[in-house]
Design a protein around this ligand. Structure first.
Ligand code: UD1
Length: 432
């Protein structure tokens, strides 16, 4: 298993490019199942979760090639297995995104119940509720969800009792080839949902209202292949900006989009950071210690839960006390214990974390527990004096492309080591 080792305490300076968004790319790849022709994807990030989705689509029979320009070609016309087996989906909850497209195209699907981040129960009951509304019959069998709609899906009115991002995406895709009109109420408004709707429209789907909480999908007979572009990864962008801020440095992320990160950037300004933006570029810097400020995670356009852990790392060394409320997931504070091992002072009470800012963090051996929690430990390690070792970094590799190379470009002293249980450490790659 790999470890990331950081010699902290260096201010980061410079400019790096954002990658394509993982959370946009995953539903876009699943949408290829609906297309009656080859689809070419641009700006697909090189990540474990993407590899998992490619393996799944290829197992179903799709033809896939990935070139070294971050372009992915998928022809799903040969796909013949409307299934997603446990072995392929256990590592990634987002594999349930194939469910809607498979039922829409084949009239049936068998998908193993997903695993993924250890951040709460994370059921898919709302995805299934929506498919039932569209006329499908759903049953559980040996840990799989079996969904059948032999006469095809029918347009329906679907009211989500709670905002769900992949639930909105799954049902939007299911509705594209359904008979009649589907209305999704209380739909997710995340930019990744809009990216999916834009792409589907480009292929011939009839969708409107994406980006608002009422999405209307009028079913069409078929959609074609075409070219699809993935938006910038707003979570990755914000993580690198936070890396600059937590080290008292000055970092610019290019090929990104400030409108995707308005709430986060407002909070950075409130905390005393400097933010400069133009259309595709964001610069953040600070010469003073940041001030404490409170956040509450919420569906878009609220503060993203996927940035809660990174923002907490910033608040660990800010001046004053901040309260961080996590309202999306019930168990998303696994980084707290690890941050405390690095000298942070955080008090947990249910979904609230009170962070008492300290002047300095100190390096430690810590363990990555989920994707975004891992990012917060990297940030803390960059700020801490001494050598921080983060183990179980496969979590980071699910969502951050070449993280040690990108941070190395900004001046971080960070390396990846291949840990070996019998003989200690081998195979060092150094970026500094
Ligand atoms: C997506 C993102 C993830 C992000 C999350 C919230 C992808 C691939 N992942 O995850 O990075 O953290 O949005 O912004 O895009 N829920 C139910 N029943 C359901 C579905 C969801 O109870 O059927 C609950 C979840 O347990 C959670 C909340 O709704 O408490 C929101 O989850 P959801 O928006 O569905 O998260 P994901 O789409 O899985």
């Amino acid at each position: 298993m790999d470890q990331i080792v950081i010699q902290g305490g260096r201010a980061l300076h410079g400019c790096i490019e954002s990658s394509g968004a993982k959370n946009a790319a995953l539903p876009l790849l699943a949408a290829s199942i609906l297309a009656d022709g080859p689809v070419v994807y641009h700006r697909i990030p090189h990540l474990m979760d993407i590899t998992t989705m490619m393996t799944l689509l290829s197992w179903q029979g799709s033809d896939i090639t990935y070139d070294d320009q971050h372009r992915l070609h998928i022809d799903s016309r040969p796909a013949s297995k409307p299934q997603a087996p446990y072995e392929l989906v256990k590592t990634m909850r987002a594999s349930s995104l194939v469910l809607g497209p498979l039922v829409a195209r084949f009239g049936r699907a068998r998908v193993s119940l997903p695993g993924g981040c250890a951040i709460g129960a994370r059921p898919i009951d709302l995805h299934l509720m929506g498919l039932e509304r569209m006329g499908a019959v759903v049953r559980m069998e040996h840990g799989d969800v079996v969904v059948e709609a032999p006469q095809g899906l029918l347009g329906a009115q679907i009211d989500f009792p709670q905002v769900t991002v992949t639930g909105t995406e799954n049902l939007m895709m299911a509705a594209v080839l359904a008979k009649g009109t589907t209305i999704l109420e209380n739909a997710a408004r995340e930019p990744e949902v809009v990216n999916l709707a834009d792409a589907l429209r480009q292929l011939g789907a009839d969708i409107e209202g994406d980006g608002s909480s009422r999405v209307v999908v009028r079913g069409v007979e078929r959609i074609s292949g075409g070219d699809i572009h993935v938006i910038a990864d707003r979570i990755e962008t914000a993580t690198y900006l936070a890396a600059g801020l937590i080290t008292g440095g000055d970092v610019t992320v290019t090929d990104t989009d400030p409108t995707l990160l308005e709430t986060f950037l407002e909070k950075i300004v409130e905390a005393g950071g400097n933010v400069e933006c133009d259309e595709h570029r964001i610069r953040c810097y600070t010469s003073n210690r940041l001030r404490a400020c409170d956040i509450q995670t919420a569906p878009h356009p609220g503060f993203p839960t996927d940035l809660q852990a990174q923002f907490m790392a910033l608040m660990c060394i800010a001046e004053g006390n901040s309260v961080i409320a996590e309202t999306i997931f019930e168990n998303r504070f696994m980084h707290v214990q690890e941050l405390c091992r690095m000298g942070a002072d955080i008090h947990l009470d249910g979904h609230l974390a009170t962070v008492h800012g300290v002047k300095k963090l100190s390096a430690a051996q810590v363990m990555a527990t989920d994707l975004r929690a891992s990012a917060s430990l990297v940030l803390a390690g960059l700020a801490a004096t001494g050598e921080t070792t983060i183990s179980r970094v496969y979590h980071i590799d699910r969502g951050y492309e070449r993280i040690e190379e990108k941070l190395g470009k900004l001046g971080a002293c960070i390396e990846r080591r291949h840990e070996n249980s019998d003989s200690g450490i081998r195979g060092v790659m150094l970026y500094a």
